[in-house]
Design a protein around this ligand. Sequence first.
Ligand code: TXA
Ligand code: MG
Length: 310
Amino acid sequence: MNTIDTRTLPPDAEGIAAAAKVLARGGLVGFPTETVYGLGGDARNGRAVAQIFAAKGRPSFNPLIVHVPDIDAARRFAQFDDMALQLAAAFWPGALTLVLPLAMGHGLSPLVTADLGTVAIRVPAHPLAQQILRRFGGPVAAPSANLSGRISPTTAVHVLADLSGVIDAVVDGGGCPVGLESTIIGGIPPALLRPGGIAVEQIEAIIGPLAKRVDTITAPGQLASHYAPDASVRLNANRAHPGEVLLGFGPMESDLNLSVSGDLVEAAAHLFDHLHRLNALGQPIAAAPIPNTGLGRAINDRLTRAAAPR
Ligand code: TXA
Ligand code: MG
């Protein structure tokens, strides 16, 4: 791919207008959401969507999430049943993605859905994401704005490290408050397809127990080593072996600590940034044990993938 000049856009009216313009002409723009930075392209424009896959080096069977500003827009692309409506009412805008049957006349590029007959749809809460979507006025396909198989980006600097020269622009909105991708719910009955920024317990409080996943859809970064840093990762480590750097949790000596106070929300917000920073040191990473409750499940999911043999 030819190298292009990637612009860094400011988080103001000018930056928002420029980002919407890039989308309207079929270009790619990195933008902040409350979870992670997305790599956005017009979801109706097959070329733009293909360029997303190319930019990420992503396996093309992996469908993308479509971002819209509100539920009314979402209903143009997906069919909502009662449970989907309840979840949307409870968690949108926010870190929840719903996989639903496509609506008639949706107009999305089949590349976005990998031709599945369903679409993953989300209404992000981040004010810049909201304003870009409204200004653009169409559905935006956006995977996380990193190279395939790399750590997800939670700052514009992370986005540029992977995609500078490959995408048109990135809107610099600072750090992402949640720091983990959205929780994905889909299927009939609804099942957890990917743990993420909204805890399963919160979802089950609205619609009752989720089903065990039975479908075989190639979903949620199912490639085992999807989140792999360059360095090897060793889990459940209480101290670093010689030569390792330690990713801590709770009160302990470590090179970087996800949350000294043992707060899982704070830990989630730090996870990718800390992995990026430890990865940059070029040494094997040892990761402290994380409780497997609430957001800890999503953190452990990401760490397990990072530690998978490859
Ligand atoms: O927080 C997030 O969800 C971020 C921000 C940018 O919104 N986006 C994100 O997208 O994580 P991505 O592409 O990295 O992950 C989307 C996941 C993939 O694992 C994909 O397989 C799954 O959603 N997915 C998309 N469409 C699907 C479908 N129709 N059925 C099942 N899984 C689907
Ligand atoms: Mg991703």
